[in-house]
Design a protein around this ligand. Structure first.
Ligand code: ATP
Ligand code: MG
Length: 176
């Protein structure tokens, strides 16, 4: 990255669709500049989402990692087990920052926060230890005030209309 690079903390939140999509868009843009990107997904479901398969095409420049077994679908796991999985994601995030990625996306980390699988303090610590030139993106619904204040950029997706309410199921490519 250039010498004028100022790493920012970005949040995509809100009830509307587009949080993970926006993060993937930024990853794609960064990859276009051969920047090193990492996405850690604190997944809610186990759905086979397209982004998992694009990482292979970018070699070392893009890695994607899914932590957990799906917090909503795998009810056979205890809260402790889900917590352990989410904590692996935190450890991985710390390691990625130490290894010097240019862009780190913690997808659905706010969901994990809402479920008490990670703590607000842990997220604040990640922001504090973030390398000065690294961009950090956090996604998910339910942004606490403390994080809003700490972030440099917050975009709230507003659910004006969604096909789900008309009974239209999730579509390949668009939703997963
Ligand atoms: P996407 O991954 O499509 O960018 P998102 O990250 O903003 O969506 P999530 O809360 O992670 O939204 O939910 C993911 C799934 O839920 C997607 O299939 C998305 O289309 C769907 N979804 C998102 N917002 C809504 C909504 N307001 N009503 C119904 N379904 C929604
Ligand atoms: Mg999402």
């Amino acid at each position: 990255m250039g010498k004028d690079v100022q790493g920012l903390t970005v949040v995509f939140t809100g009830d509307g669709k587009g949080k993970t999509s926006a993060a993937i868009g930024v990853v794609l843009r960064s990859l276009g500049h051969s920047l090193k990107c990492k996405m850690i997904q604190f997944i809610k479901g186990t759905i086979d989402s397209g982004e998992i398969h694009i990482a292979d095409k970018f070699g070392d420049n893009f890695k994607i990692s899914r932590v957990g077994k799906g917090f909503t679908t795998a009810r056979k796991y205890t809260q402790e087990e889900h917590k352990e999985a989410a904590q692996k994601g935190i450890e991985e995030a710390v390691a990625d920052m130490e290894h010097g990625v240019d862009l780190l996306v913690l997808d659905e980390i706010l969901y994990a926060l809402g479920k008490d699988l990670v703590s607000l303090e842990q997220i604040l610590e990640i922001i504090d230890m973030k390398p000065a030139k690294m961009h950090l993106i956090l996604t998910g619904r339910g942004l606490p005030k403390e994080l809003e204040e700490k972030a440099d950029l917050v975009t709230t997706m507003q659910a004006t209309k969604h096909p789900f309410t008309a009974g239209i199921p999730a579509q390949k490519g668009l939703d997963y």
